[in-house]
Design a binder for this molecule. Structure first.
Ligand code: SF4
Length: 251
């Protein structure tokens, strides 16, 4: 069992290697931060689809309903039609309506601006107590919208961290709680963003390309895999597709 100090050193090393390989992601890159409620809904739309499709769904939804009062009053079938490109449209439309109802009941308005003055821990608690909002979504709001240092863990980040041997956890939520204490706060944005890109380019779910991975020397899974001879090479990921991040484009 590795100590926390050892894990912190290993994480710092991985962050450095990823930054060397993929660059240092620029936070906001000159864009204003997204409204927290926009971010919640965009994150909800991003579930079980890719960022390009969910971004299309998001744009259509906002074009059709420029304000949340209109969206809240709309029929589920009408919201569903607007977000069809994002997949699981019926389910997501229904979740959007439920979320808007919870926000209105809690804050008396369709706005989460009240969160801006609160502490990270309290925001996380408040958001996850809203209907259908998990820690990953709440952490995305903290990082991308409220400009706080939080480290969201989705299924891809969870997979890579387990392969690397940083954690041995069963689900992203468990990984999230372990990692908050291990990643340097000022590197949370960089590490999260680069892991997402890295998962698309090299450490893919089905066929991780360990033979060309810059992290292979620090990776438990990679060391095992490289000892086998059946690693096939697959196509290089399309860079533009790899770099597109929905949550960096919600404005
Ligand atoms: S060595 Fe393989 S499993 Fe490990 S991080 Fe790299 S691609 Fe993923």
């Amino acid at each position: 069992m590795e100590t926390k100090a050892h894990l912190r050193r290993k994480i710092k090393r991985i962050i450095r290697i990823l930054e060397k390989h993929l660059g240092i992601p620029v936070r906001r890159n000159g864009k204003k931060t997204a409204d927290p409620l926009d971010m919640l809904i965009a994150t909800l739309l991003s579930q079980n689809t890719n960022d390009t499709n969910s971004y299309r769904a998001w744009k259509k939804l906002k074009e059709k309903y420029p304000d949340y009062e209109l969206m809240y009053r709309a029929r589920i079938s009408s919201i569903e039609a607007a977000i069809r490109t994002g997949g699981m449209a019926r389910q997501k439309a229904s979740r959007i309506k439920t979320l808007l109802r919870s926000v209105k009941q809690r804050y008396g308005t369709f706005s989460l601006d009240e969160l801006r003055s609160k502490k990270d821990k309290d925001i996380l608690e408040e958001l996850t107590s809203l209907n259908g909002i998990g820690v990953k979504t709440a952490s995305c709001v903290l990082l991308f919208s409220l400009d706080r240092n939080s480290f969201p863990v989705d299924t891809h980040v969870h997979r890579i961290l387990n392969r690397l041997g940083i954690v041995r956890t069963r689900n992203p939520e468990k990984t999230f709680y372990v990692l908050q204490d291990l990643v340097p706060p000022e590197k949370m944005y960089s590490f999260h963003t680069n892991l997402i890109r890295f998962g698309r380019e090299i450490c893919k779910a089905q066929r991780p390309e360990c033979y060309r991975c810059p992290l292979v020397n620090v990776c438990i899974y990679g060391q095992k895999i490289l000892n086998k001879d059946d690693q096939g090479k697959s196509n290089t990921a399309n860079k533009e597709k790899r770099d597109f991040m929905l949550l960096d484009n919600v404005v």
